[in-house]
Design a binder for this molecule. Structure first.
Ligand code: 13P
Length: 251
């Protein structure tokens, strides 16, 4: 059966020293008792190796926030999936709306990134989500479906390794959370889209996380929905106590 997962996305925040301190704090708090979900932190590239050294991989997963769509070579400033994997990280966020919006990442690039992540044994946390206008004009189901379908070139075996994160863009960093019903409806839609392509077993086993102003105060209600398998957490992942408050929503 699919896993419950709470993943932090630190975005472009913290220095290495601050990030190491935060990771240590989360790691220490996680050791106090067991929880009913996997916990992952996705951190800036510069932090991966140092953070890896201070966390226990058995209780806290580590990921990057992006990787290149190219394998290697003359791409100044880029970081490859193989480089991310060589730090010991096990996850990579791909297709975050900030990458799509500010860096123009398109479906073709995201498929290439996903293939390279999988080839390097990284688990992609693949983000989808509509913007406010698409929510308001009613096209949101089709928009998200098309974002998922961008991965349909993958074999069933490969698709089964993907974690999906539904992040309505209008809810990211705005304090405006989707209602638990809106999240549930979209997660069920995503699962159906996956089922129609890859079958019920893969659809049922795919973890679909919600992201967008998820906090300790609303996580329990969101996670109580049958198709909401956890969260991808931005702002609230930057403080150990609020991040742990969300992890504890599964207890
Ligand atoms: P916030 O939790 O800050 O709204 O960010 C969500 C997000 O973008 C996680 O990837």
């Amino acid at each position: 059966m699919r896993k419950n997962i709470v993943a932090g996305n630190w975005k472009m925040n913290t220095t290495v020293a601050e990030g190491v301190a935060l990771a240590k704090e989360v790691d220490t708090l996680l050791k106090e008792k067991s929880h009913n979900c996997d916990v992952v932190i996705c951190v800036p590239f510069t932090h991966l190796t140092s953070v890896k050294d201070v966390i226990d991989a058995n209780i806290l997963g580590l990921g990057a926030e992006n990787c290149s769509e190219h394998e290697s070579g003359a791409y100044t400033g880029e970081v490859s999936a193989a480089m991310v994997a060589s730090t010991g990280a096990g996850y990579v966020i791909l297709g975050h709306s900030e990458r799509r919006q500010y860096f123009g990442e398109n479906n073709e690039q995201l498929l290439a990134k996903t293939k390279l992540a999988l080839a390097n044994s990284l688990k992609p946390i693949f983000c989808v989500g509509e913007v406010l206008e698409e929510r308001e004009n009613g096209s949101y189901n089709d928009v998200v479906q098309a974002q998922i379908e961008a991965l349909f070139e993958l074999s069933a075996e490969d698709f089964a390794k993907i974690i999906v994160a539904y992040e309505p863009v209008w809810a990211i960093g705005t304090g405006k959370t989707a209602t638990a019903e809106q999240a549930q409806d979209m997660h069920a839609h995503i699962r159906k889209v996956i089922e129609d392509k890859y079958g019920k077993e893969i659809a049922d086993n795919t973890s679909i996380l919600y992201g967008g102003s998820c906090k300790p105060t609303n996580a329990r209600e969101l996670f109580s929905k049958p198709d909401v398998d956890g969260g991808l957490i931005g702002g609230a992942a930057l403080k150990a106590d609020s991040f742990m408050g969300i992890v504890e929503a599964f207890d």
